[in-house]
Design a protein. Sequence first.
Length: 345
Amino acid sequence: MSLRTSLENLIRRDPAVSLHERAAATASRVEAFKPASAPSAPTHADQAAQAAEPDPALAVVTVFRASWDALGKVLEAEAPDNMVAELEDAQGAAYDRLRAARPTTPEGYRAMAECWAMVLKGHRGDEPGMMVGDHAADSLIAGAGVCMPVQAVDWYDPPPGFMGSPALEPSHFVQIPHGIELEIARLRSIAFAELRRRACPGTKVEDIRRIRRELHLETLSPSLPKSDILDQVDFAAADINELRALHERARELSNVAYAMSAMGCCENNAAGRLLHWLADELTTVEGKASAEMRSRQPTSLWDQRARLGTVAESIIENGDVTETATFIQELATWAAEQAQSQQRP
C-alpha cells in the first residue's frame, strides 16, 4: 500500500478511533526515514476523541501534522524522489482538507489556529507567500463562529459605558458619547423635516420662531461660539430714537436670517447653522435694545410712544401677567396724557 493511500485511508476512518492511533499509523509508514516517532497530537484531541461526535477539525489537524513532520524527515534523509513526491502529494491532500475544515468546538478552533501558525512559521523554502497567508486567514475567519457566544444578546441591557444603537431598535452597542451624538443627529433630521413641512416661504417669521421652539431646534442644533457683538454697542449711551432704530433693524435682519435658515437648501448644513447663528446674535441685540428701552422713563410724549411701541410685543409674548398689567397701566397713562395735550389751546 502506498503512503498516500495510507494517509487517505487514515482520514476516512471512523472518527471514534483514537487520533493518536491515526497519527501513529501514519508515522509508521515513514519510520525508516525518521529518527524519532511522530509527535503526539494536542491534548485537546484526546478530549474530542472521547466525545460522541468529535470535532472533525481535530482529526484533520492530526493528519496534517503527521504528514508535515513525515515529509520533513523524508527531505532531511534525502529519500528517493518517488517517495518524496508521494509524500508531497499526501501532504497536499491534507492541506486541502485543512483549508476546508470547519471546527465545531473552541478546542478544534484552537488546534486549527496552532496548525496554521506552524505552517506560516515553518514554511519550507522561502518565506510564506501571500496565498498561504490568505488561506490561513480565510480558514480562521470562517471557523471563528464556534468561539462566538451562542446566547441571544439583550441590546437593551448594555455594559457600562455603552448604549444600544439605534435607540429605537438597537442591533449593536456603541460608546455612550458616540451614541448620543448619533441620536441627536437623527432627532435633528426629524425636526428639520417637520419644520419644512409646517413652514413655507409665506410663513411669518414669528411662526417660524415658534415652530423652532416647539421642535427644540435650538437644543438639537450644534452651538456656535458667541460673538462679542454686544460689546460693540453702548446701549446705555443711546437715546430712545437710536435704541428704536437698533431694535427695528436687528429684528428685521434676524427675521430674514431665520427665514433663510428654514429653507431646504440650508437644512442641517454649514450654511443653515451660520444663518441660524446670525439670527440668534441679532435676536440678542434686539432683546438687549428692548430691555434697555424698558428701563427708560422718558418725559416727552414722543419718546414715551416710541418706547411703548418698541417693547409692546416682547412684553405680551413674555406672558408675565404682572408685567403685562404694568404695561397696560403705562399705556393708559400715556394715552391720557396725549389726550390732555391735544385739548390744550
